[in-house]
Design a protein around this ligand. Structure first.
Ligand SMILES: Nc1ncnc2c1ncn2[C@@H]1O[C@H](COP(=O)(O)OP(=O)(O)OP(=O)(O)O)[C@@H](O)[C@H]1O
Ligand SMILES: [Mg+2]
Length: 353
């Protein structure tokens, strides 16, 4: 399904195993994010020189950009064991107390989706991060007492796709926050070249560039598309060249901008049925037969990012780039909007096309 190919979230167990095999294991192998890599390198080196645990690290950014990978690299590079947990698994302060009190000195604790942890646990975590100490409540009501418990020093690595949802006191207790950015096409081509080598899959350089342009700035999608192209080359027995990439991805409804079927039907609805907009979210959702929530959180962010759509107070509006990409007659657009002024004039990725 095309939807599966282009969602940035992890799709299945088999994908998890596939990703595990391709994950870079050191900062040196990690492609792109030069700024974050430099910052982490410094932080880890300083900790090593002073023989202490590294500061707590928050990794923030959209799905599939390398947060889990970096957490593993932090443990690897500092030569410490890694303990994995996640926000949804910490539903009570007691869950966190059990986890924290079982850490060995210097361990790296990774809490994925940290914004989904229970409130009561968050408060316990503040103290733990700051003083390596927690207070355990014993008993109930008037007879309740708190027993302080010292913890082994540890490094917390938190990951979140929604850093805005983290309470400030928690955010402030991280010594360093890494904001991961979408990757450019050159970096994605490097991610792909590395993965192809590891998979022992021979693929033309131009073919890699062609895939890189279609993976929405996201290494996870890059690796996933590479897998489909590999299938295609295997079944059709030809070279893994640009033609094979085009044919394979056309089969899966991923176009040259990385748009999938739903992205296209949203854009086409705005252009064809609502004459380019503005159109309200709910009207739009009904017209393509999708939940408004899906359109808003899954479809629109990418369309906005690549400059096909703008969200205005009056509703969703197609940009000039959208009219060009979908091949609407220029004249029609002009007639409807009285010239280009009516639409976003911000320079976008699309303007390079
Ligand atoms: N900088 C990179 N260089 C090479 N491969 C990468 C890079 N970043 C991510 N990848 C690959 O992309 C895949 C997804 O990365 P990862 O699981 O770290 O993303 P994530 O940010 O944790 O996503 P989520 O928010 O869904 O948990 C991994 O298999 C990894 O191999
Ligand atoms: Mg992850």
């Amino acid at each position: 399904m095309s939807d599966d190919l282009t969602t940035p979230e992890l799709e299945s167990e088999s994908e998890l195993a596939f990703e595990g095999a391709l994950r870079p294991r050191s900062l040196g192998e990690f492609v792109g994010q030069a700024k974050v890599r430099g910052q982490l390198q410094l932080l880890l080196t300083a900790a090593r020189m002073q023989e202490r645990t590294a500061d707590h690290i928050l990794l923030a950014g959209p799905p599939g950009l390398g947060k889990t990978t970096l957490a593993m690299i932090v443990a690897n590079e500092s030569g410490r064991p890694l303990r994995l947990s996640s926000g949804p698994a910490i539903q009570h302060a007691g869950d966190l107390a059990a986890l924290l009190s079982s850490l060995t000195p210097g361990e790296v604790l990774f809490i994925d989706e940290i914004h989904r942890m229970a409130r009561s646990a968050e408060e316990m975590l503040y103290l733990a991060m700051e003083d390596f100490r927690i207070d355990i409540m014993v008993g109930k009501g008037a007879g309740a007492t708190s027993i302080p418990l010292d913890l082994a020093p540890f490094t917390l690595v938190g990951a979140t796709t929604r850093s805005g949802l983290l309470p400030n006191p928690l955010r402030d207790r991280f010594g360093f926050t890494a904001h991961l950015e979408f990757y450019d096409e050159k970096e994605l081509a490097q991610v792909l070249a590395r993965a192809a080598t590891m998979l022992d899959f021979e693929v033309d350089r131009e073919a890699l560039a062609e895939i890189a342009g279609r993976c929405r700035g996201t290494p996870r999608i890059a690796n996933r598309l590479l897998r489909r192209v590999r299938d295609y080359a295997l079944v059709h027995g030809g070279r893994a060249d640009v033609e094979a990439v085009r044919a394979a991805l056309e089969l899966y409804d991923v176009d040259e901008l990385g748009l999938d079927r739903l992205d296209r039907s949203v854009m086409q609805a705005i252009l064809e049925r609502f004459e380019g907009g503005p159109v309200g979210l709910n009207t739009l959702a009904v017209s393509v037969g999708e939940e408004a929530e899906t359109i808003e959180s899954v479809v629109e962010p990418f369309l906005v990012r690549i400059g096909l759509l703008s969200r205005t107070p009056r509703g969703r509006v197609a940009t000039a780039a959208a009219w060009r990409h979908f091949g609407m007659p220029e004249g029609l657009h002009e007639r409807l909007h009285g010239g280009r002024q009516a639409v976003s004039q911000q320079p976008t990725l699309m303007d390079d096309l």
